[in-house]
Design a protein around this ligand. Structure first.
Ligand code: NI
Length: 226
């Protein structure tokens, strides 16, 4: 499932992140690339252990925890500390698949990448190109969202970032290990949860609300690893 989550950050938070990122020192993005993706990756990144990356990463994770849509869609067990990248002057990232396991540098923290996330930090009119293009079984999806918005997609997908031909594309990216590792099962739970929320809003006393809620929890109990 490919899901757009609007307004993860407020415009004030985006402005704060941008100001901090503007003043930071960026390095070649190939430092975190795997063997295969290093050949197609051309961008800049903040070093993983950079204090600005750590501060803004915590701000983003706190914002995700307050997003009901993110929580219900991702069912997160672990969130990788968010990283930051910048593309400009024709830079791009060719087709690749993200590494299955990620370890945070210098720590014992590691996760299985079930979901990939990109949080856009530049306004759409600040740059040309820079679309995130994700391939799944339903076809090819091109994504370019307003600043503060996030796209969540299965980490199993092939994806690339188109060349940025004007301005700079600035984003945060990270991975989520979900309590439900299978994308199909997670998508069913999400669809069921959204349907229960709709019926619960329109007819809260309908007896099926409790019946469907119990189906949701019993499926989650069957599929979740915690
Ligand atoms: Ni990637």
């Amino acid at each position: 499932m490919l899901l757009h989550i609007p307004d993860v950050l407020t415009q004030e938070q985006v402005a704060y992140c941008r100001q901090k990122l503007e003043a930071a020192e960026w390095v070649d993005g190939r430092v975190t690339a795997g063997h295969q993706s290093a050949r197609v990756k051309d961008n800049q990144q903040l070093p993983e252990d950079h204090p600005v990356a750590q501060e803004l990463g915590e701000l983003i994770v706190a914002a995700l925890e307050r997003s009901p849509l993110f929580m219900t869609a991702a069912l997160p067990a672990k969130v990788f500390p968010p990283l930051f990248n910048r593309y400009q002057g024709g830079q791009s990232f060719g087709n690749h698949v993200d590494n299955a396991i990620r370890q945070a540098r210098g720590t014992p923290f590691r996760l299985r990448t079930d979901l990939s996330a990109t949080l856009f930090l530049a306004a759409q009119d600040e740059y040309d190109g820079g679309e995130l293009v994700v391939e799944d079984t339903y076809g090819v999806h091109s994504v370019k969202l307003p600043a503060g918005n996030l796209i969540l997609y299965p980490a199993t997908s092939l994806h690339h970032v188109r060349p940025v031909t004007r301005g700079a594309r600035i984003a945060s990216f990270f991975w989520i290990q979900s309590m439900v590792r299978d994308d199909g099962e997670r998508t069913l739970l999400f669809d069921l949860d959204m349907a229960i929320q709709r019926i619960g809003g329109e007819a809260p006393d309908h007896p099926s609300v409790i019946g469907l809620t119990s189906v949701y929890h019993n499926l989650l109990r069957r599929w979740a690893e915690v």
